[in-house]
Design a protein around this ligand. Sequence first.
Ligand code: GAR
Length: 201
Amino acid sequence: MKIAVLVSGRGSNLQALIKNLHGFDVEIVGVVSDNEDAPALKHARTADIPTASFAEASYDGREARDLAIADWLDENQAELVVLAGYMALLSDSFVARFRDRIINVHPSLLPAFPGTRAVEMAVAAGVKVFGVTVHLVDEGIDTGPILLQRAVELDGYSDPTEIHQILQKIEHELLPEGVRLMADGAVSRDPANPQRLIIER
Ligand code: GAR
């Protein structure tokens, strides 16, 4: 399967995808960022993967920027769009164009703590069990059907940076696993409850 990865920052999840999947059954055909200075783009270039950046300021609004991204993804024949630390909200028309072909990794046990600063919110709420979710993207903020989740008990931890580092190790396993399931055609919606995904491993 040909996939594209959208990034905004450091790119450790992108590195996990390159290391675990790229060149096997999955080909990363492009890496796109909303931030031309994202360190993640360097990881892509090192792996000889085409890159493009689309700063919102260069377009007449987010809708126009997302249309340009979508056209680039189609030109590069991306079948699945993987959000790996992509921190901009995608427009509804982008989500509709790639319906059920966008997945995201998020550092909380959704539906708890959607949006940015999930780990900080979890710490502020005093939770003792943290976790990671890989989910399909719909028009809401981190509301799409859940593909994979893994929890970790971190009783007594209160430093968001330390917690996030622990969660990222989980992300680096869970996101490639989610992509592999999508590439294998193992994921479908439960007809009785379309918010629930059925996975046939
Ligand atoms: C990841 O931890 C990911 O879960 C988070 O951004 C980080 C990117 O790290 N995404 C969100 O919070 C999305 N709401 P990376 O650039 O090292 O892969």
